[in-house]
Ligand binder design. Structure first.
Ligand code: PLP
Length: 382
């Protein structure tokens, strides 16, 4: 039976499972599966469930609403949420047993207040800034530790973890990684000196899990690599080199096929002109679906075995590809923007990948998969 869907993201959950197992074997540490941003566009609940069944112990999200959705769907694994503005409903978080990343004394006071109201002990992971200058306490670290230590002594809080985040883990061997790791260890020492003994300390993202076994500590936080994508294609190599299986393929229907003469302008602004008589294909997906408007001819679609590059600008709901004069493509066929019909485990030699799209518009594969819009149906296989 053929589906009426216009655009589909096919998510191979067995690839997620294999990647989790592979990375856990490599690191020999428990894993926290990062499922923020709708599991990097792959679908929060199915990915979270498969990551857990593949062996991940923890789940990690940015937002409290993401954590609460996981709980609402019956997921009982420990969940850490680390991007919770002080205006969030911390009572809901504590009530639902969500572990909270705490980057400041002000945040800590909000969490403590929620625990006091509920007469329930909040679980926190204190976040230290080890050099990225984004999340975490820097000059306030000592005060945060003291406040947390006092609260723990009086039974108002449980300090489950201490953690930090790498800025340059995708640059293997870069000096800054060593510096961040050293600062992390000093921060842990400071904590111990004040009587704070967290159950776990954690620092590694995917890149550090792959590159830097000295930084694995108690739990590794697996993001992009769990989805089968490389943290940095230039510096670390692609999925294939890293023995990862991309989980997501993306396809859209060909809306229209037609012949055009040489010298035809294509799309808004006439930014491309056909050099020869050719056949064009109109693909029914656009920037409203997450296809970047500035993607150039380095990206396109695979139809059958043939790659056809983008020609002209991507529009809101559609873009045009140059099929070539001899193309057999027909309206209604599937065009694969990422991956191929035959295999959901693919390389950039045989088809377009999230990496091709990233290169075609000057971004990273993370942005390509996370920006896929709600009009793209997620279909789960494997
Ligand atoms: C997103 C995120 C990760 C995962 O990063 P990847 O590079 O995708 O592995 C890990 N930790 C934190 C705090 C994050 O925000």
């Amino acid at each position: 039976m053929t589906s009426n869907n216009r655009a589909e993201a096919l998510v191979d959950l067995s690839a997620i499972e294999m990647n989790v197992k592979h990375l856990m074997t490599k690191s020999a540490k428990p894993a926290l599966a990062v499922v923020k941003a709708d599991a990097y566009g792959h679908g929060l609940i199915p990915v979270a469930e498969r990551a857990i069944s593949a062996g991940a112990t923890w789940l990690g999200v940015a937002l409290l609403e993401e954590a609460l959705t996981l709980r609402d769907r019956g997921i009982s694994a420990p969940i850490l949420a680390w991007l919770t503005p002080i205006t969030d409903d911390f009572e809901a978080a504590v009530q639902s047993n969500i572990d909270l990343g705490v980057p400041s004394v002000e945040h800590l006071h909000r969490v403590l207040a929620a625990g006091d109201v509920l007469r329930k002990v909040p679980r926190v992971h204190l976040e230290v800034d080890t050099g990225m200058s984004r999340g975490g306490a820097l000059l306030e670290w000592r005060e945060l530790l003291q406040t947390a230590a006092n609260a723990q002594r009086t039974g108002r809080i449980k300090i489950v973890g201490i953690w930090s985040h790498f800025a340059r883990a995708d640059e293997p061997g870069h000096n800054f990684n060593r510096q961040q790791r050293d600062r992390f260890l000093e921060s842990i020492e400071e904590a111990r000196a004040l009587g704070v003994q967290p159950e776990i300390i954690h620092l590694s993202n995917s890149a550090a899990t792959i590159n830097d076994s000295d930084s694995h500590f108690d739990v590794v936080r697996l993001g992009i690599a769990m989805y089968g994508l490389s943290p940095d294609v230039e510096k670390m190599g692609d999925s294939f080199k890293l023995q990862l299986r991309p989980a997501l393929s993306l396809r859209a229907r060909i809306h229209l096929v037609k012949d055009v003469p040489a010298g035809s302008q294509v799309g808004y602004g006439g930014t491309a002109i056909t050099k020869v008589d050719t056949k064009l294909g109109v693909i029914s997906m656009g920037y409203a679906d997450g296809v970047p408007r500035n993607a150039d001819h380095r990206a396109g679609v695979l139809i059958g075995n043939k790659k056809s590059p983008i020609i002209g600008r991507v529009s809101m709901d559609q873009f045009v590809v140059d099929l070539g004069k001899e193309s057999q493509a027909r309206a209604g066929d599937w065009a694969y923007l990422i991956g191929s019909e035959k295999s959901h485990s693919y390389t950039s030699d045989t088809c377009y990948t999230a990496d091709s799209w990233a290169a075609a518009c000057g971004t990273i594969n993370y942005e390509i998969v996370t920006r896929l819009g709600p009009r793209v149906k997620r279909i789960y296989i494997g």
